[in-house]
Design a protein around this ligand. Sequence first.
Ligand code: NAP
Length: 292
Amino acid sequence: MSELKKIGFVGTGIMGSAMVGHLLDAGFEVSVYNRTKSKAQPLIERGARWCESAGDCAKGQDVVITIVGYPKDVEQVYLAEGGIVDSAQSGAYLVDMTTSSPVVAEKIYAAAKAKNLHAVDAPVTGGDTGAKNATLTILVGGDEADFNALKPVFEVLGKNIVHEGGAGAGQKTKACNQIAIAGALAGACEAFAYAKASGLDIEKVYAAISTGAAGSVQMTGVARRGLDGDFKPGFMLKHLGKDLAIGNETATAYGQALPVLALVLHEIRKMENAGLGSEGTQALLKYYGVID
Ligand code: NAP
């Protein structure tokens, strides 16, 4: 058990709920806040203390962890008047695990530093399964001493925990991850669209190609779920759209054109516009007509 004992946790959605569960099991005193209270109810029943706002959730805590939706949500919970930066006690650690923008992470780091708070960006990979099994990969940007202090907390949530560099470096690494996923996900779904259109047996194609050079987590995890008819969202398309937009915008700012990323983003936006944003990424199989 870490010397850091009291944790305020903001955002108890798909990822956050599982993560708070592990923190409770590990013996931390956890306070929670979520925009929709009902999503925190099972955690309250397991012993988490409910707070009425993100700022309240930050008061008196050793560590404040957030995993909300979009960069605008991150800015709001940290930087709004009465938010986390205003409310946290001097010396507290602030850990944003949302997939957000590196620019926002740098802004929070600077605002926190001015108030003697230790902010790190620590987005995760590994999906809802990684959150449930506490096997997340955690990509950390910020001061190395803060990374070391927070490691016992991270170890409750994940397995592969890497300090990537200064403020924003965790979010930049997460953008690399999502850029790699974009092509792998679209490629896996397009392969099965081709299989169907050409009259092949999709299961035989899956058996043949999923374990070879074409295999990937996107194929054996995400596409497999869809092929099995499991469309319960694990990672929502609207969040993938957000992530790819962050990658696209920051790549442009760094002078880099990434055409495959831009194309997949365009297709995801079309799906969002068709009202599919809250579907899981396996819904791409429906979009391509592989599954009705
Ligand atoms: P989610 O189920 O939508 O959870 C986000 C939670 O944050 C929601 O419960 C939402 O409240 C809450 N929230 C948003 N803005 C808030 C605010 N201003 N104040 C308080 N609560 C707020 O999404 P998720 O799948 O857990 O993903 C969370 C983040 O992790 C996203 O950035 C996503 O890209 C990233 N991520 C997800 C996965 C995955 O596989 N799911 C994997 C890696 C990273 P409401 O209940 O009111 O909507």
